[in-house]
Design a protein around this ligand. Structure first.
Ligand SMILES: *Cc1c(COP(=O)(O)O)cnc(C)c1O
Length: 439
């Protein structure tokens, strides 16, 4: 195990110390330059008749990041009415928001549609609900095309084992419900999973075009979702959008020849845009060992962050680079500090599941990671935490605060974009009846 040592991504060792000094640890840092480069790559996605790139905001919904992408011409994909409302409150043009949700809230979605938010019906009952509220309206359909692909079973959202979207076998029912309410189906949407296999993604693009053809000329937009795989560890590779997009562009062009309909393409990357643009700067709290008098012992590195800030390792067994940054110059320059050591890296929660170095895809199995030898007080950086980390963590567990978020601009200046949360915020909604009134 171990044996492979990772390097810092976009922060230098001295910037890492500057983040600690200015904002404390743990602290998320996002790199504006990386965000811009990824957005530009997405905006260059091959297309035949126009392209809309929607940022899947659930990956990292901080308002400053949304505003940055908005300024670059990206539009947005929201996964709940609450998320859509969050974007609207930021001042994002509602017509730039598309909602595809597992829960189409009655009270929320009608107001959003009236503002101009687009809805993709993700089940037959959602389509009914939409049709009753907006007879004669225009709607999108999220289909489950029958194939899925994700980095693991939890992130695969297509195929017969997935509840996402309307099963392609229900095509006739979709047509019936839409006809009952006079709805025009103008978008076909598929999203088959996060970290999907490019080959499967391309096959799904073809299936989706088939669905557009069966629905006929009311369909003017084809949304192929997100899920573009990103290499987080240095030995992993990222999806080449040009390579996967070119055959799809040709298919869309052939579709136009055949049917006379020029489909506008939409893609919805979350991970691709933000994953490698985020780092979590933290501090080594402790280094402990269970090696004495046993062969089964381990060396553990305990950090001041954990599942409260990055849940993906505990949830999926995902791999994130972890880099120890020795803090004192003397030690940084001695042979000892440069020695590689294998550690099991754990988080700060009182729970053995708070494991930052699980075996790949096996969240319950301890694995080791090679880093510089660490002592308490050293800094450590967990890399590639831009997607589904700050957004998706065990917030408030053990009453740890939510870390601040900082955006590094292209001049090397750090902008605070979210403060560290306080204990008051954690408990502000609690009510305290007299115990005597309860017993
Ligand atoms: C989550 C999601 C995305 C983004 O997925 P990534 O793997 O982050 O690219 C896109 N579209 C929909 C509908 C989603 O639910």
């Amino acid at each position: 195990m171990g044996g492979h040592r990772e390097e810092l991504r976009f922060l230098s060792p001295s910037q890492t110390a500057a983040v600690r000094d200015e904002f404390g640890t743990p602290c998320y840092v996002y790199d504006a330059k990386s965000l811009r480069l990824r957005a530009e790559e997405a905006l260059a996605f091959p297309n035949a008749f126009g392209l809309t790139v929607r940022y899947a905001m659930k990956a990292c919904p901080n308002g400053a990041i949304l505003k940055l992408f908005d300024s670059m011409g990206l539009e947005f994909d929201a996964s709940s009415t609450h998320e859509a409302q969050r974007a609207v409150r930021l001042g994002i043009e509602p017509s730039k928001i598309s909602l595809s949700t597992q829960q189409l809230d009655d009270d929320g979605f009608k107001d959003l549609v009236k503002l101009g938010v687009e809805v993709n019906a993700c089940s037959l009952s959602q389509l009914e609900k939409f049709g009753k509220a907006f007879p004669g309206g225009r709607v999108g359909i999220r289909f489950n095309p029958g194939l899925g692909s994700g980095g693991n079973e939890k992130t695969n959202v297509g195929g017969p084992g997935s509840s996402f979207g309307i099963w392609h076998g229900e095509f006739d029912a979709v047509v019936d419900v839409a006809a009952q309410h006079g709805l025009a189906i103008e978008r076909v949407h598929t999203h088959i999973g996060s970290g999907s296999d490019p080959e499967v993604w391309q096959r799904v693009a073809k299936l989706s075009l088939g669905l557009c053809e069966r629905l006929g000329p009311s369909v003017s937009k084809l949304n192929l979702g997100g899920g573009y795989k990103v290499g987080r560890m240095s030995y992993e590779t990222s999806t080449d959008l040009q390579r996967i997009g070119e055959p799809v562009r040709d298919e869309v062009a052939a579709f136009a020849e055949r049917t006379g309909t020029r489909l506008r393409l939409e893609i919805e990357p979350g991970t691709f845009l933000v994953a490698n643009a985020g780092s979590l700067v933290c501090t080594v709290q402790d280094v402990v060992s269970t090696r004495r008098n046993t062969d089964a012992g381990r060396d553990f590195l305990k950090l001041d962050c954990g599942m409260t800030d990055i849940l993906r390792p505990s949830l999926y067994g995902s791999q994130h680079p972890i880099v120890v940054v020795p803090t004192d110059d003397d030690r940084r320059n001695t042979a000892a500090a440069r020695d590689d050591t294998d550690y099991v890296v754990v988080g700060h929660c009182c729970e053995s599941g708070d494991l930052l170095t699980p075996a790949p895809d096996q969240p319950d199995v301890l694995a080791e990671r090679t880093t510089a030898r660490a002592t308490p007080g050293d800094l450590a950086v967990i890399e590639s935490v831009g997607a589904y980390c700050s957004a998706m963590a065990a917030k408030g567990y053990n009453s740890f605060p939510e870390p601040p978020e900082v955006l590094l601009n292209s001049d090397g200046h750090f902008h605070l974009i979210r403060r560290r949360s306080t204990l008051d915020q954690l408990t502000q909604n609690e009510l305290l009846p007299e115990p005597a009134a309860l017993l």
